[in-house]
Ligand binder design. Sequence first.
Ligand code: NAD
Length: 300
Amino acid sequence: MPYTPNMSARILDGKASAEEIRRDVSRQVEAFKAANGPIQLCTILVGADHGARLYANSQTKHCERVGIYHTLIDLPVATTDAQLKSEITRLNADPTVTGIVLNLPLPKSIDAPAAQYQIDPYKDVEGVNPSNIGLLFYDVPIIAPCTALAVMELIRRSGADPRGADAVVIGQSRIVGRPISMFLTTQLATVTACHIETRDVKAHARKADILVVAIGRPRAINADYVKPGAVVLDVGINRVVEKSADGKEVSQTVGDVDFDSVSQVASALTPVPGGVGPVTVAMLLRNTVEAARKQLDRRI
Ligand code: NAD
């Protein structure tokens, strides 16, 4: 359908997509269990803050729903690098553990990339081990980062074709923006990677057929940054406290994209909450089954 200006964007419903993916994962888990035995995901928390704990609880809930066993390993804030390494080594060696997640943020005293590097790449269901991220470069990761997979899944579901498209990714973190840029490059989009030092983000963004925003700045990207008809993926999750019409302070979660203005120019847009977030969790479940399967014969 050709794009008509001032049309409201189609909302890319992450909750509905996640539900569909979970149903498929459920069937895969059942088949895997019947042939090979249980799948177990272990989440490690170290001195967990509220966010890390909430994410862990959500992992438990979603794993249980699809038939994956979930174990929480709750380590104290005083855990040392060596103690964490020995815990990860133990889980790597345990054949009943098929997936390992290290929930962030970790205490400042812990070297997070070094800890992620310890996770067996075949059990690294978040795809954060540097060797998995490195293999993205060759388009053969054992397991790819969940948020990047979620963004690519939502682009696919939007109907946009990356091949030959101009794609702009604002935000270039190691496990979100950069893997997304790499996936889009692999799918033959022409990719512009913007970050904090980019001189004129708006000028780049306005050329995008596919615009992905992952910067962690509430509603920073408004309609002025968006080419009419673009497909816009908002990865940001920001907690803001604002005054409501009756003067009360209300806390809510918003994205990096100004939904109200962008929905007037984009052809499709993910909401926050209910967009990339739920699909990311569904991808974690899908990765968990995939990891268990790959461990059977340890092949890429
Ligand atoms: P990060 O802080 O590690 O990286 C931010 C990136 O954005 C950096 O590359 C930085 O250079 C760039 N940046 C910051 N401000 C900018 C600006 N004004 N203009 C251009 N570039 C700018 O953040 P992250 O871990 O990649 O997370 C980004 C956002 O995505 C956060 O809101 C986070 O909560 C959210 N997030 C969501 C999911 C999900 O599943 N939906 C997963 C991970 C992170």
